[in-house]
Design a binder for this molecule. Structure first.
Ligand SMILES: Nc1nc2c([nH]c(=O)n2[C@H]2C[C@H](O)[C@@H](COP(=O)(O)OP(=O)(O)OP(=O)(O)O)O2)c(=O)[nH]1
Length: 132
């Protein structure tokens, strides 16, 4: 089956990373992830990321760069991650859809939340870039 991309946004504010707690489906609820979602047919991953951040968090954001790596999810999905930043004046993100809590994680707090297993290597990669 053709791979389908799920985009995850590592939204950064200085050295802080935004984490989102899923409210559904049942098997993922309560675990933390990078906000994002499935890329629609004909859409670029970058456009999907901006769209998902608007839908899920009510914010306007811009993509910074791809975090190297691709992490397999439930077939046929594969997680690709980009760093992103909020546009000035857009306000604080809110858990409008798919999430019931958001947290900005500062340095030393990245591992304070229960990330989805498949997100752990992606967050590790983001953490390495935050330190460099
Ligand atoms: N958004 C997001 N999804 C993730 C991550 N890690 C992970 O396993 N997933 C899974 C959860 C879902 O099964 C799938 C993405 O689905 P989603 O529900 O966020 O996608 P979507 O907003 O496009 O919604 P829909 O089409 O299901 O309505 O990928 C992650 O870090 N971010």
């Amino acid at each position: 089956m053709t791979e389908r991309i799920v985009v995850g946004a590592a939204v950064l504010d200085g050295e802080r990373l935004l984490a989102a707690r899923r409210s559904a489906p049942e098997e993922l609820a309560g675990r933390w992830e990078l906000p994002g979602g499935k890329v629609e047919p004909g859409e670029t991953p970058e456009a999907a990321l901006v769209r998902e951040l608007r839908e899920e968090l009510g914010v306007d954001a811009e993509v910074i760069e791809r975090v190297p790596g691709a992490w397999p999810l439930k077939s046929p999905y594969v997680l690709h991650v980009w760093t992103a930043r909020l546009l000035p004046g857009t306000g604080e993100p809110k858990p409008l859809e798919d999430h019931d809590e958001l947290r900005w994680l500062g340095p030393g707090e990245l591992w304070d939340v229960d990330w989805l297993d498949q997100d752990v290597p992606a967050v590790r990669e983001v953490a390495a870039r935050l330190r460099s």
